[in-house]
Design a protein around this ligand. Structure first.
Ligand SMILES: Nc1ncnc2c1ncn2[C@@H]1O[C@H](COP(=O)(O)OP(=O)(O)O)[C@@H](O)[C@H]1O
Ligand SMILES: [Mg+2]
Length: 275
């Protein structure tokens, strides 16, 4: 479990995080949801220690992370796995070497133990036959899988993912979400995911924190988010999911129009299907 309390951060006098508090539970996928530019990535980077917050505290399973001694911070950092936006694989290393990298850096494992662990993790993410491939030879979805395997390889207790399904087609995006969700349950990981994707919310949103302009305006689970009375969140949900649904209907009507034009050789006006 990770607890954050009153996290504040400004850049050049502009407040980006306005005192965020909350709890991220273990064995749960904890989502940081919001439109782009609301401070989700900055908050994630504060939590993992890549950015120093101006104010506030962060504890990992009861151990204070902020303003603590370097060795204690490093002890916590060793248990953190991170899946970066765009996967951030090492281009000069093949898939196996990428997954092995944190094991070489962070663990005292022997070469044989590392080989076994890499094999296990690649199998777990469905890439048992891709170990010798280079990052340039694999698809975006496969890169994410390698990134996930690398993030969990050293038995990470905490997993952070920034927009894990951005740039993927919808089906692959759902598969990546599901994989992160399953691993979270399987190994009781405390997982924090930055997203603006309502599909992810409805699929894997155990706990959701909605951020808007640096403030936390709502938190809850996927089963209650549609009932929210918070106007900013309602607007966000409507903009993302309903607009997409509306667009789909529009496209379907459009293709029906085209079809009827082709079939009947006449203008599609007045030909829209009846409800
Ligand atoms: N290192 C930085 N220096 C200055 N401004 C930053 C920095 N990182 C983020 N910001 C600003 O903070 C705001 C929130 O950014 P970010 O957390 O990346 O948003 P998002 O919710 O899309 O992840 C943005 O206005 C961004 O320009
Ligand atoms: Mg971001």
């Amino acid at each position: 479990m990770i607890e954050i309390h009153n996290i504040q951060k400004s850049f050049s006098g502009v407040k980006v995080l306005n005192g965020i508090s909350g709890i991220f539970e273990s064995g749960k996928t904890n989502l940081l949801l919001g439109a782009s530019g609301t401070g989700k990535s900055v908050l994630l980077q504060c939590i993992v220690g890549l950015i120093k917050p101006d104010l506030g505290s962060i504890t990992y399973d009861g151990k204070v992370f902020t303003n603590n001694k370097l060795d204690l911070k490093q002890e916590i950092r060793r248990k953190i796995g991170m899946l970066f936006q765009g996967s951030a694989l090492f281009d000069s290393m093949n898939v196996e070497e990428n997954v092995e990298f944190p094991l070489r850096m962070l663990t005292p494992m022997s070469k044989e133990e590392r080989r076994e662990r890499v094999e296990f993790c690649l199998k777990r993410v469905g890439l048992e036959n891709a170990g010798k491939k280079m990052p340039s030879e694999i698809s975006g979805g496969m890169k994410k899988r390698v990134g996930i395997a690398r993030a969990i390889a050293p038995n990470s207790r905490y997993l952070f993912c920034d927009e894990p399904n951005s740039g993927l087609d919808p089906l692959t995006a759902i598969k990546i979400d599901e994989l992160i969700y399953e691993l979270t349950k399987e190994y009781d990981i405390t997982t924090v995911i930055v997203t603006h994707d309502m599909n992810s919310v409805m699929e894997i949103g155990d706990n959701i924190m909605f951020l808007h302009k640096g403030n936390k305006l709502w938190e809850g689970g996927r089963e209650e988010i549609m009932d929210t009375k918070v106007p900013e969140l309602r607007e966000f949900i409507f903009a993302s999911s309903l607009m997409r649904a509306a667009k789909k209907v529009d496209e379907e009507l459009g293709s029906l129009d085209e079809l009827s034009t082709i079939q009947n050789g006449r203008e599609p006006e007045g030909e829209k299907p009846q409800e």
